[in-house]
Design a protein around this ligand. Structure first.
Ligand code: MOS
Length: 712
């Protein structure tokens, strides 16, 4: 691993040191010690008296109706308190939903209809986890199976326009005329499979009633939004619902929603009158939480002989469920990265009998960039232009579709500095020219962007009589370093040392706040904290009494001028391909990032490196596979669904170019997802360079490398 090149904080090892916040300097996680000593508690770790445990039973058929659930077969088993199914479950409000509208995926145990394999059909509640699991396994459930359709394809007759809440269709210029006038046209399609978020911590919730309020500790990405969904689902006033979240072991999108663990735990505590904990098994994490849908992406790009683009035409198709809307926004980069007189995009959704897809690690942008940045590399190949040079020649002055100015755009700096560090200039652009022993060696690159901005959030700050400050915001730390970042920001906003700041997060009672999602957590929360600090400064104070101020950024966000706001990166990869086995190994990855001002270089670097590892995993390993006969996942576990492990992860270098985001306090753009985007295309392009064979379907499996091109 390369040595971190950013400026080290003088008090980097003493986060409670006497300096002011130190925003912009490297600082280890505040909770690092608690995590490595086992003191940090995750949702399933919270001790609780009189706790009962729920175990979920899921459907084994992909479509149909429940025939019978024979509760009598398990109710006398040791420790069993009872079973909840569609016949006795509390009624839920069908208006409940998420970002994309009402979500039928939330309406668990409401009827006998099976919309997909893995749908929860019952919750068995018992005194211990083992008793609950034993009874759940023993519970006889019969089904009336009906024909299902889990077979995704771009020309599926059920395909229809995707919801256009964002990344809607555009048609600028005359794509067909520009393509006809182009010297070279790439006309290909790229495919990505079902993928799974795979956070290390399985989803867990514990729910109970206390003082007339519904209380829950849950692993999620945003306790306030989850509490809101829960309140709607159970028809409760929001004031009667409190959701807390201590430490969270990753989310990647799958904890952005009100999860099945929480809904079922609330049903169980309501029915049995004692705290109930529901923790998903790893298999259930695969079967019941956010799925990245498969995509099939036809794309056409035309250019002049000198590499200037004339047209980009990108019409991705992805799978959804009839239960809920979702947008896999694969064309955001297509509208952002390159100048072209004609750009046409359109998203098509194909409803299938599958778990409702939802956001996962750079949703839309990650699969979309694989298609776009592979196609641009193919264009460079056919034009005989350096892929780096091709990108530099198509740098837009304004938003290629919107015509809006960029708030700041430092893609060129990422490309040039990345190329310099990677040694790109020495590359022979012809494929299949480098061999080391029996291995083929190649390099590739991809450019990326990821949308930046903030969402409304509120924060409160209390100035205590002892000179300390309590900063309260409904933020969440997924393990990314949010606690550390917000503590330094609060200290700097208040112009005090971090030792005088007490940060409260992860509690829906702290008020409305955006979730840890969309790469907008830190941006949104830092803004609210800054506003609260400014308000406090203006407030006359009696030093003997505490004073609390609350700020909300909703109006301020509305005042932001319209701009193209994005983070950028350039990713470079070097791979080896074994011609005998088809095995691809990534030898080097380098990412240069423009992400606004960097709050904490240590944790920001950790995030983008983590994102690049996710991209490597997407390129080479991750693939949800279904049995076409049953429609069921055949690899809903880490034995069959491969995630990059240490041995797969090479020397990764990641660093930041100077950047800023004007108009947003602290100049933050967010680092959550940009690391993921672009990496898969960079690797696929390097595989082409090594072998001379294009990989247009992810993951780049051994059999695909061998079948598409005999390499011996
Ligand atoms: Mo995310 S995929 O913004 O949690």
């Amino acid at each position: 691993m390369n040595v971190f090149t950013g400026r080290e904080s003088p008090d980097a090892t003493t986060p409670d040191g006497r300096h002011t916040g130190g925003t912009g300097t490297a600082r280890p996680r505040i909770e690092g010690r608690a995590k490595v000593t086992g003191g940090a508690r995750y949702a399933a770790d919270i001790p609780m008296r009189d706790l009962a445990f729920g175990a979920i039973v899921v459907s084994t058929v992909s479509r149909g109706r429940i025939g019978d659930i024979d509760v009598s077969a398990v109710q006398d088993m040791p420790g069993v308190l009872g079973v909840i199914d569609h016949r006795n479950a509390p009624r839920l409000n069908p208006g409940a939903g998420h970002f994309f509208g009402p979500d039928g995926g939330l309406l668990l145990l409401q009827d006998d209809v099976i919309p997909f394999a893995g749908r929860p059909v019952a919750l068995v509640v018992a005194e211990t986890l083992e008793q609950a699991q034993a009874a759940a396994e023993a519970l006889p459930v019969t089904y009336d199976a009906q024909p299902h359709d889990t077979d995704f394809s771009a020309d599926h007759p059920a395909g229809r326009p995707a919801l256009a809440l964002f990344d809607g269709p555009v048609n600028v210029g005359d794509v067909d005329a520009e393509l006809a006038a182009s010297t070279v046209v790439v006309d290909e399609r790229y495919r990505t499979p079902e993928e799974h978020c795979s956070a290390m911590e399985p989803h867990s919730a514990t729910a109970w009633w206390e003082g007339g309020r519904l209380q829950a500790v849950d692993s999620n990405q945003g306790p306030f939004s989850v509490a809101g969904v829960l309140a709607t689902l159970f028809s409760l006033d929001l004031e009667r619902v409190r959701v807390r979240t201590e430490h969270v072991g990753g989310g990647f999108g799958s904890k952005g929603m009100c999860g099945p663990q929480l809904i079922l735990a609330v049903m169980a505590t309501t029915r049995f009158g004692r705290p109930v904990r529901v923790t998903l098994t790893r298999r259930q994490v695969f079967l019941t939480t956010a799925l990245r849908p498969p995509t099939d992406q036809p794309i056409r790009i035309g250019a002049e002989a000198d590499g200037r683009l004339r047209a980009i035409h990108h019409e991705p198709v992805f799978a959804i469920s009839p239960l809920a809307e979702y947008i896999e926004g694969c064309t955001e980069l297509t509208k952002t990265l390159y100048a072209a007189p004609a750009i046409r995009t359109r998203l098509t959704a194909v409803p299938l009998d599958i778990l409702p897809p939802y956001s996962m690690r750079g949703p839309g942008a990650a699969p979309g960039s694989f298609a776009l940045e592979s196609a641009v590399d193919e264009l460079a190949e056919r034009l005989g232009v350096d892929p780096l040079e091709l990108r530099l020649r198509n740098e837009p002055a304004v938003g290629p579709v919107s015509g809006l100015p960029f708030s700041s755009r430092n893609l060129v700096a990422c490309l040039r500095e990345g190329a310099r560090r990677f040694g790109w200039a020495a590359r022979d652009h012809r494929p299949r020219m480098r061999r080391e022993g029996h291995l083929l060696v190649g390099t590739g690159l991809a450019a990326t962007s990821f949308s930046a901005g903030a969402f409304p959030s509120s924060a409160s700050i209390t100035a205590e009589p002892d000179g300390t400050f309590t900063v309260a915001i409904g933020a969440t730390d997924l393990g990314t370093g949010a606690r550390t970042a917000l503590t330094t920001i609060a200290a700097d906003a208040l112009a005090v040392g971090t030792e005088r700041v007490r940060l409260l997060i992860s509690d829906s009672d702290l008020g409305p706040a955006w979730s840890a999602g969309g790469s907008r957590g830190t941006t949104s929360w830092a803004w609210a904290i800054s506003e609260a600090a400014a308000k406090l400064r203006d407030r006359p104070r009696d030093p003997a009494r505490s004073v609390t101020v609350t700020a909300d950024t909703t109006r301020l966000l509305g005042d932001l001028p319209s701009r193209e706001r994005h983070s950028y990166s350039a990713v470079f990869a070097e791979v080896t391909v074994d011609p005998a086995t088809g095995e691809v190994r990534v030898r080097r990855l380098l990412g240069m990032f423009a992400v606004g001002r960097v709050v904490n270089p240590l944790t920001a670097r950790s995030q983008v490196v983590g994102g690049m590892i996710g991209g490597l995993s997407m390129a080479l390993h991750e693939e949800g596979v279904r049995d076409p006969v049953s429609g069921r996942h055949v690899n809903a576990d880490f034995a069959g669904y491969h995630i990059a492990a240490h041995a797969d992860v090479p020397d990764i270098e990641a660093d930041f170019v100077p950047d800023d985001e004007p108009g947003i306090p602290w100049g933050i753009k967010g680092v959550g997802e940009i690391g993921n985007v672009g990496t898969a295309a960079a690797i696929a392009n390097a595989v082409w360079h090594a072998t001379g064979s294009r990989q247009r379907t992810l993951p780049i499996r051994l059999d695909r490398v061998l079948e598409e091109h005999p390499l011996t």
